[in-house]
Design a protein around this ligand. Structure first.
Ligand SMILES: COc1cc(COC(=O)c2cn[nH]c2)cc(-c2cccnc2)c1
Length: 236
């Protein structure tokens, strides 16, 4: 898989080379490229040089803040997005990012993250590439506003790449982790068996694997009921 990240802060993604993702890159499972949006703002729409490499302008209809220019984004995305690639726009106005969507995106040949700043990107950009037949997703990490899409893109990149076959050392750990079966993960413990007067649940020391599995599933249900009832199936 190729992952392209378009941003006005390319240095933000330099950490990609040292993260867990770094190992996958060496294994050629994932190629990441970072693109500076301002490289596509060197010339104005009339072809004259733009020494300021402007990427934003005032919103039509008024309102606070600035909007990112469609012509600049169009040049950048034209240069990067490949046939079959998915354009992902992190946004507070997007659909919620989930483990299921991460698994879906892990099968794409390319992801292009358009990292917006200011008040966002001119809406015609998403419209244009959808009309051109590309899969375009506006995706939210949650109900809060960030200053830019970079943090969200980084989180989504990690959530997706770790699901690429051959990336995670222990495939079983992916199957067992939170949200994989729609429920939150059970609590985990390791040595020492007693720590500051707190004991590990006896069942986990019993060696009865069937009972341990049953206990863990009950813990998952209990946790999901108390912390994330929205995840429970209707019969709950
Ligand atoms: C593409 O359009 C955007 C993108 C972002 C950055 O992403 C997030 O904040 C985010 C992504 N998942 N959850 C939150 C922020 C704004 C924005 C800023 C200020 C006021 N209104 C909107 C707009």
């Amino acid at each position: 898989m190729r992952i392209d990240l378009i941003t006005i802060f390319p240095e933000f993604f330099s950490v990609l080379d040292v993260s867990l993702l770094g190992k996958a890159r060496q294994a050629e499972l994932v190629q990441t490229r970072v693109h500076d949006l301002r490289d596509y703002a060197a010339f104005k729409a009339d072809g004259s040089p733009d020494v300021h490499r402007t990427v934003d302008d005032a919103p039509f209809g008024g309102g606070a803040g600035m909007v990112m220019k469609p012509d600049v984004w169009g040049k950048a995305i034209d240069d990067v997005l490949e046939p079959g690639g998915v354009l992902v726009i992190p946004s507070p106005a997007g659909t919620l990012f989930t483990q299921a969507l991460a698994a879906d995106l892990a099968t794409a040949p390319q992801l292009v993250f358009a990292c917006g700043r200011y008040e966002g990107i001119d809406a015609r950009v998403a419209e244009h590439y959808a009309a051109a037949g590309h899969r375009v997703l506006e995706v939210s990490l949650g109900d809060y506003v960030l200053n830019g899409g970079e943090v969200a893109a980084f989180a989504m990149t990690e959530a997706v790449t770790r699901l690429i076959p051959g990336f995670m050392g222990n495939a079983q750990s992916i199957v067992e982790e939170s949200h994989a079966d729609g429920l939150l993960e059970y609590p985990s413990y390791t040595r020492p068996a007693t720590w500051r007067g707190h004991d590990v649940p006896d069942i986990l020391l019993s060696g009865h694997h069937a009972r341990i599995e049953e206990w863990r599933h009950e813990q998952q249900l209990q946790r999901t009921r108390t912390r994330r009832p929205d995840l429970l199936p209707p019969e709950g």
